[in-house]
Design a binder for this molecule. Structure first.
Ligand SMILES: C[S@@+](CC[C@H](N)C(=O)[O-])C[C@H]1O[C@@H](n2cnc3c(N)ncnc32)[C@H](O)[C@@H]1O
Length: 538
């Protein structure tokens, strides 16, 4: 497989491993006012660089996100927007300097963009569920580069489609005198376990079904019964309602073998035209019998997915006639993605959130099918609260006045910032992040599946992190004193009897020190792990 090389690649391919895990601090919560419709409330908006935010989401969400939509900077070179669309943003320059080093100063605009995207895509790939899919908006500036790095990260066999969205309904010329009227939506699945939902049939498609013979089975569509190729088996005569034996035209044949054709005739599924003597009979395909939807197509006209003009109008309606963001996407574009890739309980992630269109589309999708889709948005700019979160608040609570009032969609979210790292530079735990965050990280690093994780309120031990039939994980940690793995500690554990769980074969126990003999631990299936912290202060 061809792979793409660029200056700085060697510094970023494994960079996602070096990004520190940080705590996500809940700063505030928003709930739609009483009386608003029911909608999902377990949603998050995170203010921070998505590299750190995505890494910090891994302990809770690795492999759990069903649908990712991102709309990263297109690298147009436009530095006059509210966010910087080139990669010359001071924050990005600083980051490139740290990660790529001196070489970073000579990077071309495309090198920088690739250095920025690669580790983020790696983390997004890890967050995606086995049966999930990721959709990326992009234009021609970075489309080819994006495709190549996605092939590397997702595998060429996991390309779902390159959707072409007709973004402009009023084209204008670009610099070389060609009106660019489309964007791409590049889509990759995590694995073959993903299968796209069919698209809802629209009214125009339904209207192509008619009922010319008042068939009690309802409207039908005539489908050709001839094939433009001769096959001996399917070249035979069938009798029309006028009693004439009809052969397929020379050089062609019927689409059905004789037995199948007889069954169609017996069930009155062949249409010979109003006079019963058409030269080309049709098979009647009943609307009531076809699949509920239609197969997705790669061409998304603005009549289907909205246009950038629609997106601006949507934002203006929400912000009292102002347009506080230059490049929003239309809600319908993301609704089409959700229709294709989510079920009613899907978790949806957008780590380049901008004006929060993805959250709006999730709320709308829920309001249409009473679903409980949830969203996580990440936005690095300071408008994460005043624009991203504010748009979502208004979508939930309702907006506009008088005849322009739009009812709220209901729901709620929690607003987070990216906090301190879980580890200090000396590789010891940063205990300032609190016990809950530390427990969550240790459970993740032990690979305890979400279904086996335990809270301190359980019948076995307040130090239990996770439990299944084979293994119990215990984190014997106190912030203000050192702890021991000894007989006293073991005597506090409650397994067997009326505790509701048999004693598992293996105990993985974290503490500051171990006072048990190696022989005793081997006999009782105990594995000791030292908590990485400095206990000389106690
Ligand atoms: C093209 S806009 C997204 C527009 C969005 N789809 C909408 O409909 O409003 C890209 C957004 O990604 C944000 N962004 C860029 N780099 C980021 C990073 N490293 N972490 C989080 N957000 C970032 C930008 O600030 C900008 O708001």
């Amino acid at each position: 497989m061809p792979t793409l090389h660029w200056v700085g690649k060697d510094k970023v391919v494994n960079h996602h491993h070096e990004v520190p895990f940080r705590v996500l601090n809940k700063v505030s919560s928003f709930r739609a006012p009483a009386g608003a419709p029911a909608n999902s409330t377990d949603n998050r908006i995170i203010h921070g660089d998505n590299l750190e935010a995505l890494k910090s989401l891994l302990p809770e969400f690795e492999g759990r996100v069903k649908c990712i939509y991102i709309d990263p900077p297109y690298n147009t070179g436009n530095e006059g927007w509210v966010y910087n669309d080139a990669v010359n943003d001071p924050k990005m320059k600083r980051w490139l300097g740290q990660v790529v080093g001196k070489e970073g100063e000579d990077l071309s605009r495309h090198d920088k963009w690739l250095c920025m995207m690669y580790p983020r895509l790696k983390l997004l790939h890890r967050l995606l569920a086995t049966d999930g899919a990721m959709f990326i908006s992009i234009d021609d500036i970075e489309h080819a580069n994006l495709r190549l790095i996605c092939e590397e990260i997702f595998g060429a066999q996991n390309l779902l489609a390159n959707f072409v969205w007709q973004s402009k309904d009023t084209p204008g010329n670009n610099a070389v005198g060609v009106a660019e009227t489309h964007n791409h939506v590049v889509a990759y699945r995590k694995s073959s376990a993903f299968s796209p939902n069919l698209q809802d049939r629209n009214q125009a498609q339904i209207d192509t079904y008619t009922n010319q013979d008042d068939d009690p089975r309802g409207p039908w569509l005539g489908s050709t019964l001839t094939r433009a190729e001769h096959r001996d088996r399917d070249y035979y005569a069938i009798r029309n309602p006028a009693g004439v034996d009809v052969l397929p035209p020379p050089g062609s044949s019927w689409r059905r073998p004789p037995a199948a054709m007889k069954r169609l005739a017996d069930e009155d599924r062949i249409w010979w035209g109003k006079d019963g003597n058409a030269a080309f009979p049709k098979e009647k395909k009943f609307l009531s019998e076809v699949k509920v939807g239609v197969v997705n197509q790669t061409w998304w006209p603005y009549s289907f997915a909205g246009s950038t003009r629609n997106a601006s109008a949507e934002l203006k309606a929400i912000f009292d006639g102002r347009k506080p963001f230059e490049t929003p996407k239309p809600v319908r574009l993301i609704e089409q993605i959700l229709q294709l890739a989510t079920d009613e309980n899907a978790l949806v992630l957008d780590s380049f959130a901008g004006s929060g269109t993805t959250a709006h589309a999730v709320l709308k999708a829920n309001s249409q099918d009473s679903g409980n889709r949830r969203f996580i948005l990440v936005e690095t700019e300071d408008y994460a609260d005043t624009l991203t979160a504010e748009r979502v608040r208004r979508a939930m609570a309702g907006f506009g006045v008088g005849s322009k009032t739009t009812q709220g969609l209901g729901g709620g979210f929690d607003y987070y910032t990216v906090g301190e790292p879980i580890f200090l530079p000396d590789d010891n735990l940063n205990e300032a992040v609190g016990t809950e965050a530390i427990r969550g990280y240790v459970a993740y690093s032990e690979g305890i599946p979400a279904t086996d994780r335990a809270t301190p309120e359980n019948p076995h031990s307040p130090y239990l992190l996770g439990l299944n039939r084979e293994t119990a994980w215990l984190f014997h940690y106190e912030p203000d004193r050192s702890t021991s793995l000894d007989l006293d500690f073991l005597s506090t554990l409650r397994f067997g009897g009326d505790s509701g769980a048999a004693r598992p074969g293996t105990f993985i126990i974290y503490a500051d020190r171990c006072l048990l003999s190696a022989e005793f631990m081997r006999r009782h299936g105990i594995v000791f792990k030292k908590i990485p912290r400095d206990i000389t202060r106690f």
